[in-house]
Structure formats: C-alpha cells, structure tokens
Write a protein that binds this ligand. Sequence first.
Ligand code: CTP
Length: 428
Amino acid sequence: MARLLLGVSGGIAAYKSLEFARLATLAGHGVRVLMTENAGRFVGAASFEGIVGAPVLTSEFERDPMRGAFPGESGQAGHDPIGHLELAANCDAFLVAPASANTIAKLAGGFADSMLATSFLACTSPRLLAPAMNDRMYADAATQANLATLRERGVQVIEPDEGLLASRGERGRGRLPDPERLLAAVEAALSGPEAIPAPPALLASGERGPWDGLRVTVTAGGTREPIDAVRFIGNRSSGRMGMALAAAAAKRGAEVTVIAANVALPAPPGVKRIDVETTAELAYETVERFETQHVLLMAAAPADFRTEPITGKIKRQDSLNLNLQPTEDILAAIAASRGEGQIVVGFAAEHGGDAVGRAREKLTRKGADLIVLNDVSDPTIGFESAENAVTLVAATDEVEVPKAGKDAVAEAILDRVERLRTAAQANN
Ligand code: CTP
C-alpha cells in the first residue's frame, strides 16, 4: 500500500478531502495531510488527524512529531529531519485537493511559503492537482496558464467536474470530483500514467464474491437534450435494466458505479451513483472514469441528437424548426480506446425485422465485445417494463435469454461477460 501526501488548500470543497482521506486510509494507504492556513478556515486539522491517525502540518517551521514517517511506519531515529523535505521524499504520490486558484498560482510560480508549497516543490514522486473553485475563476486565463505551466512540468491535473457550484444557483465547471475518483486517479498515477490496474484473478471459492476487485461502470436511463428552459429531447428509458445490472455486479463483489441519466429509481446499496442529464455529461463522466475500469455496461439510451437550447421558454407559434446535430457516440469512442482486458458491452433496442443482423452490424461498427439486443416491437418487454428478453450477440456466438425479470436477465448478461473475460485472459 502506498504513502500518500494530501495537500489541502482553502476552499469549500475541503470537506470532500476528509472523505478522500477516509477512503484512502480504508483502502490501506498511509496518509499524511498538509493544510494551508486558509484550509483551516473550512475544515479542522483535528478531523484529518482523527481519520489518518497522524498529525497535520501547516507551517514549514513546525516540528513533525512523526519525523517524516507515514501511518503504519515507525519514525526515523537520530537527528530531526527537515519536515518539508522528509515527507516529500518519503511519499509515493502527492495530491493537492482541493487546489484553490491561489495555491495553483503559487505552485506554478514556485513559491515556497507554506508546508504544502515547500513540500510540493521538493517532491519528485507523481504530483496531482485537483482544482476546485468558482467556474469563472477556473476559466480565467491566469488560472488556465498556471495549470498549463504545471502540466508541462509533469503535474497531473484532475479536471474539475461540471455541475452545481457552492455559490447559490450557479452551475459550471469547478466542482472537486468525488473522492472515489480522486483516489482512482492517485492509484492510477502510482502504477504509471497509462496503466490500467491489472484485473485480479477470479476466485474459485471463499467469502469474497467472484467479481471482488473488479471495477464496473454501468450507464443507465436516458439522456435529455434541452430545447428551451422547460422542454427537452428525451426517450422512454427508465434505467431499470441498468440498475438491475449494477445490483447484480455489486452482489458478485464488484466495485460498481452507476452513471444515471434521469433515473427516478434509487441506486442499489453499495453502488456509487453519478447523476447526469445530457449526452455530453454522460460522455464526460463515462470517458473520464473508464481508464480505471474493467467492465463498462453501456445500458443508457443517449439522445442521438442535440440542439442549441433557446434561452427562456419558446412561445406557441405556427411552426418551429429545430436544427438537430448528432451527439457523440460514447460507446464507439470508448471501445476504440480500450486497453487490454477491458470489456465493453453495448445495448441495442431494435424494432422487429432482422434484429440480430442489425445488432451484429452494431457490434462491428461500435467495436464492442457484446451487444445486448432487445426487440422493442414486443410491448411487454424493455423500456419501462419489469421484464425483458434479450439476445446476447458476441463475435463468436449468439445466446438467447428468454423473457424473465430484469434481475435474472442481468445475471445472464454478467455470466456472458464473465466468459468474455475468461476468454480474454486465456488469449493473453
Ligand atoms: N450509444 C452511445 N452513444 C450514443 C448513442 C448510443 O454510446 N450517442 C450506445 C448506447 O448506450 C448503446 C449502443 O450505443 O449501448 C447502441 O445504441 P443505439 O441507440 O442502438 O445505437 P445508435 O448508434 O444510436 O444506432 P441506431 O442508428 O440504431 O439508433
């Protein structure tokens, strides 16, 4: 397990760093925390100290009672080390989260006026920054230039999320990503920038589920493309199939994230949920996390077209022309960029005729490992209904799953994915 240095600067998102520290500690990492003076205005050092079990340092002139050691290690004997050099030298990765505009500017300028800044300068291990601030501050040329400078120097910048900001009613890019995503980014940086975590061997028996250690992302629901302040282009996908898949994968022991597009259903217990509205948001969240995933189940129905939304509400009129532009094909883009051993599953709702032939064409066109085909000409299955009947179309075969509850269909899909994984492992 790794020694992680967490730098916390002043921002409302600092509360999320507490959760990051908790998750990283739970995952078995030794975490030491450095706070700026301003971070202390948002969260207390005592909270971090309780979570990580080690003192928090703020000033470079402060003595480190642990002499540069990480939780789980014993401090070094002999003379007192120089605090800001010792922790920076001993860590396996250094994450600054949240990184405020001020701290980013200081780090880009090479300032060394705090424990965080001096340690950052002195650190030769992978360094990551997670900016979090108001969207206009983030978009400002000064912040962007500072980030570009840091990127050029090999610092990995974890892009902030888009969504509701702390300032009331404001939306935009500037949210600190969820702690789980921060941890995934840090862990990926530990094993090299391009590395996909090696899938663990499947366990034959024992307490742990057969998918223990696998990271699975499921997309669910249907995206909506706004037309004006109150109307949107959407579809009837309820998200039931996606939620059933998420529940089934979690039951097998996988670490599951569901990216839910306008889904009214609750996420199954133990499953992380990210809510999105549009195809662009779904694309962003899915592409962003895919690098660290073993399986993607693309059950969502993204709207295929978007239009430039009109401000306010369109008034009644004799006719209305909307200029529709195609949205990005998320599945095809992800399948094209996937690494060894990553399994990508698409879903196709086809209406009668040679449905299997069209699913097979989709399998090839999108480059997926499997297409789960629904024939939506039967009104008793698919979309809002609790039952489904599918055909699993892979390069080598087709498997028919007769009409059953969506939970049973989900199990059949996961069984097929498991066979694909076994085949992929055998080929390596
Ligand atoms: N998909 C996607 N991005 C899109 C549209 C679809 O990733 N913009 C994914 C869906 O989540 C699904 C698969 O592609 O897993 C097939 O979706 P479908 O709507 O059947 O594919 P289309 O490319 O839209 O094909 P069609 O011309 O049949 O509508």
